[in-house]
Structures are given as structure tokens and as C-alpha cells.
Design a protein around this ligand. Structure first.
Ligand SMILES: [Mn+2]
Length: 296
């Protein structure tokens, strides 16, 4: 099989998945994409691509691996889709027999499972371990620079344990920078938060310079609220908005509708516990009202 490129998601699971494929197939060419870019065909995939942790592209590709429930398909493909905690796990389990040398990455895969399925405690959020630090460090600056950094992480994993990688100065600096950015963001958006029944409702679509936040600080601040409902602007496109509905991992009440499937109705996707979609800004009121009526 000829493999010329690995197309992967931008997060920790995407990085670890790409690393495993790179390790097995000796391919060093990476392309990072968001799920919507695959669905809307703005990233063209070809027959020599391996696509991981993303939806199956419309064109046929060499291999596809994914674990997102909402990306399940009846179409024919080479590779594997399984509802596991991470895409890295799907790849690891698929190749372990044929490539027993990947067994040494088992701990990294266990940690990737925890990060990608949000299986952590408030304490682990506040004081993350090595995988948490790498995960947080991934998204911190411009998209271009983030991609160079992702390449650096993947290349480093070839000769360095992930714990040593987390202690690396470049990773540490980015982690601390990101942590500071989230604290600053929370200070700015704090009075926009509305607690509506079981929701932490947050609309930051009218604030353009709050910096990039995250849902974890919301979960940890309101551990008894079951879901986060966050409307945010899309940096690259003023006319679009992103809506995230996510299950609060710190809340004991786990009963709600499948959020990934809900967002599928709006061209988005996700898992049972998190759904994301992108909408036109002009449709905000209508769609938010619809979504609220479906989850409350
Ligand atoms: Mn994933």
C-alpha cells in the first residue's frame, strides 16, 4: 500500500493517532484538519492518504480510522471504525498483533483514552499529568504555528517518552501560556454566564477579543450543572458561529439525549457526551431556540 500523507485531527488524539500510523508506515507527511473541512470537502483527500480521527472523506482513501459515533458509515473503506474512547485506541488494537513493537506505547494510549473521553477529575484538570499537559499545550497560538508544534510532538515521540516530552521547555511554555489565556478569558466572559435549569449557557458570539477559552473552566466552576451550551464566534469567518453542547464530566447526572446525533441534524457531529455544529450567524436565534427546546 502506498501512503503519502496522514490527515489527522488537531487535538491530542489526532496527534497520537498520526504518530502511530507514522510509526507503522514510516510516513512523515502530516496534514491537520477539522471534521467540517472533510465534510465540506475543503480538504481534498486522495487514494494515498490515511485519514484518522476525522470523518470518512467522500473520495476513497488508503485507510480510515475513527471512533466518533456520529461518523459511523455503511460505505466501504479499508481500516476500522469502532466506538472506542480514542481513535489512537482503535489504531493500537487494530495493529498490535501485526506490529507488537507498538506495545511500548500502551500507557500513552491509555492516557489518550482518558483525555479524549474527558475521563478526568477536577483535580486532574487543575493539576494535569503529562498527557494533560501535552493536550493543553497543543492549542495555543496561530493555526500555522500549532501545526509546526504538532509535527514537533509527533517527531519527538519517536525517540522520547511522552512524560519527558511533557517536561520539555517548549511544551511547558505553551502549556503555561494557554493556562494563562484561559484564566484571562474566564475573567472577561464570567458575567455572560447564565445558569438555565441544567445548563451553563454562554454566548460569546458578540465578544471578539476575549481570547480563546475552554469548557473545562466552566465544568470545574459549576460542577452541579449538567451541560454546557456555548455559542462562540469562528475566528476565520464572521458570518459563522460554532455551537458546542457538552456534558459536564464533573456532574453526577448523566441523563440527556445523544448530543452528537442532535448536532448531526445541524450538519455537525460528536459523541454521546459532546456535540458541535457550525451555523450561519444570521440563524442564531432560531437554531438556539430549537436546540434549547430539544435538550431542556
Ligand atoms: Mn478523537
Amino acid at each position: 500500500m502506498e501512503i503519502k500523507r496522514i490527515v489527522t485531527h488537531t487535538d491530542l488524539d489526532g496527534v497520537v493517532s498520526a504518530f502511530l500510523i507514522s510509526f507503522i508506515f514510516d510516513c512523515q507527511n502530516f496534514y491537520y484538519a477539522e471534521p467540517l473541512e472533510i465534510q465540506e470537502r475543503s480538504v481534498k483527500c486522495v487514494g494515498t492518504d490515511v485519514v484518522v480521527d476525522l470523518p470518512l472523506p467522500p473520495n476513497s482513501v488508503a485507510l480510515w480510522f475513527d471512533h466518533h459515533d456520529s461518523n459511523k458509515t455503511d460505505k466501504k473503506f479499508n481500516g476500522k471504525h469502532e466506538n472506542k474512547k480514542s481513535c489512537a485506541r482503535v489504531i493500537f488494537d487494530y495493529y498490535l498483533k501485526e506490529h507488537p513493537e507498538i506495545a511500548k506505547f500502551r500507557e500513552l494510549i491509555d492516557e489518550t483514552d482518558k483525555q479524549d473521553s474527558a475521563d478526568i477529575t477536577p483535580e486532574e484538570y487543575l493539576n494535569p499529568g503529562a498527557a494533560g499537559i501535552i493536550s493543553i499545550s497543543i492549542k495555543s497560538r496561530s493555526i500555522r504555528e500549532d501545526n509546526d508544534f504538532r509535527n514537533f510532538l509527533i517527531n519527538s515521540l519517536f525517540y522520547m517518552d511522552y512524560k519527558n516530552l511533557a517536561a520539555n521547555q517548549i511544551v511547558q511554555n505553551r502549556y503555561k501560556e494557554r493556562k494563562k489565556e484561559v484564566e484571562e478569558w474566564f475573567r472577561i466572559i464570567k458575567d455572560k454566564i447564565e445558569l438555565r435549569k441544567k445548563l451553563i449557557f454562554l454566548d460569546t458570539s458578540e465578544i471578539d477579543d476575549a481570547g480563546r477559552g475552554n469548557t473545562w473552566v466552566l465544568y470545574a466552576t459549576y460542577p452541579k450543572q449538567q451541560l454546557v451550551f456555548w455559542i462562540k464566534s469562528v475566528n476565520e469567518d464572521y458570518d459563522k458561529l460554532r455551537i458546542v453542547i457538552a456534558d459536564n464530566p464533573f456532574c453526577a447526572d448523566k441523563e440527556h439525549i445523544h448530543l452528537g446525533n442532535l448536532m448531526k441534524e445541524y450538519n455537525g457531529g460528536g459523541h454521546n457526551g459532546i456535540g458541535v455544529c457550525m451555523i450561519d450567524r444570521k440563524d442564531k436565534d432560531k437554531i438556539v431556540k430549537e436546540l434549547l427546546s430539544k435538550i431542556l
